[in-house]
Design a protein around this ligand. Structure first.
Ligand SMILES: CC(C)(COP(=O)(O)OP(=O)(O)OC[C@H]1O[C@@H](n2cnc3c(N)ncnc32)[C@H](O)[C@@H]1OP(=O)(O)O)[C@@H](O)C(=O)NCCC(=O)NCCS
Length: 172
C-alpha cells in the first residue's frame, strides 16, 4: 500500500532515481538540486525538515512540509508540498498543496492518492479547507483536484507566467 512519508535519507537511491528520470525527460525538477556542485543528499533532507519548521526559508516563503509517496520499495511515486498557511502570493495562485509525479509513473492514480493523503495531513494540521491551484491548461492536474473534491472558485492570471490559473477549494 502506498503511503506518504517525510523525506528520509533511507530513500537516497529512490530520490536519485527520480531525479535521473526528470533529467532524462529534460525537466530540471529535483535534478537541478542533485546537479548542483557540492550537493549533499543528507543536507537536502535536513533542509526540507528545517523548512517544515519554518527555519531557513527563502524570503517570501511560508513553512511547508514535503511528503514522498512510497510503497516500501525503492521508488518515490510522487512528491507533495503542504504549505502550513497562505500568504498573498499563495492565496492568489500557489495554494496550500503542490505535487508532482515522475513521468514514467503518471496516469496510474499516483497524484490522486498523493493529494488525498496530503489533504488528510492538512486536516490534522487544522486546515479545514485547502486551496489547490493549477494552470488552466493542466488537464491532468485539474482532474486530480476534482477527483479529490475540488470546487472551482475562480480563474486568475498568474503574476509569474501570465497564464490562466484555476483556483479550487477542497474540504479536507
Ligand atoms: C499533474 C500530475 C501530477 C498528474 O499525476 P498523475 O499521477 O498522472 O495523476 P493521476 O494518474 O492520479 O490522474 C491523472 C488524471 O488525468 C488524466 N489525464 C492525464 N493526462 C491528461 C490530459 N492530457 N488531458 C486530460 N486528462 C488527462 C488521467 O487519465 C487521469 O484521470 P483518470 O484517473 O480519470 O484516468 C503529473 O502529470 C505531473 O507531475 N505533472 C508535472 C507537474 C505538475 O503539473 N504538477 C501539478 C501542478 S498544479
Amino acid at each position: 500500500m502506498k503511503r506518504i512519508v517525510l523525506p528520509s535519507v533511507s530513500y537516497r537511491s529512490a530520490f536519485y532515481k527520480m531525479a535521473g528520470e526528470y533529467r532524462d525527460a529534460d525537466d530540471g525538477r529535483y535534478y537541478r538540486d542533485v546537479a548542483r556542485e557540492g550537493f549533499d543528499f543528507e543536507e537536502y533532507v535536513t533542509r526540507l525538515h528545517r523548512h517544515s519548521k519554518g527555519i531557513g526559508l527563502e524570503r517570501g516563503l511560508v513553512a511547508y512540509t514535503t511528503y514522498w509517496l512510497v510503497d516500501g520499495g525503492d521508488t518515490i511515486f510522487g512528491v507533495s508540498r503542504l504549505r502550513h498557511s497562505l500568504n498573498a502570493n499563495s492565496r492568489k495562485e500557489g495554494g496550500h498543496i503542490g505535487y508532482d509525479v515522475p513521468p514514467s509513473l503518471r496516469n496510474a492514480g499516483n497524484a490522486t492518492e498523493l493529494l488525498r493523503q496530503t489533504l488528510a495531513k492538512a486536516k490534522a494540521m487544522g486546515i479545514m479547507r485547502a486551496l489547490v491551484t493549477c494552470d488552466a491548461a493542466n488537464a491532468a492536474s485539474a482532474k486530480v483536484i476534482k477527483k479529490n473534491g475540488g470546487k472551482l472558485e475562480n480563474q486568475v492570471i498568474s503574476d509569474f507566467t501570465g497564464r490562466v490559473v484555476n483556483r479550487y477549494w477542497i474540504n479536507c
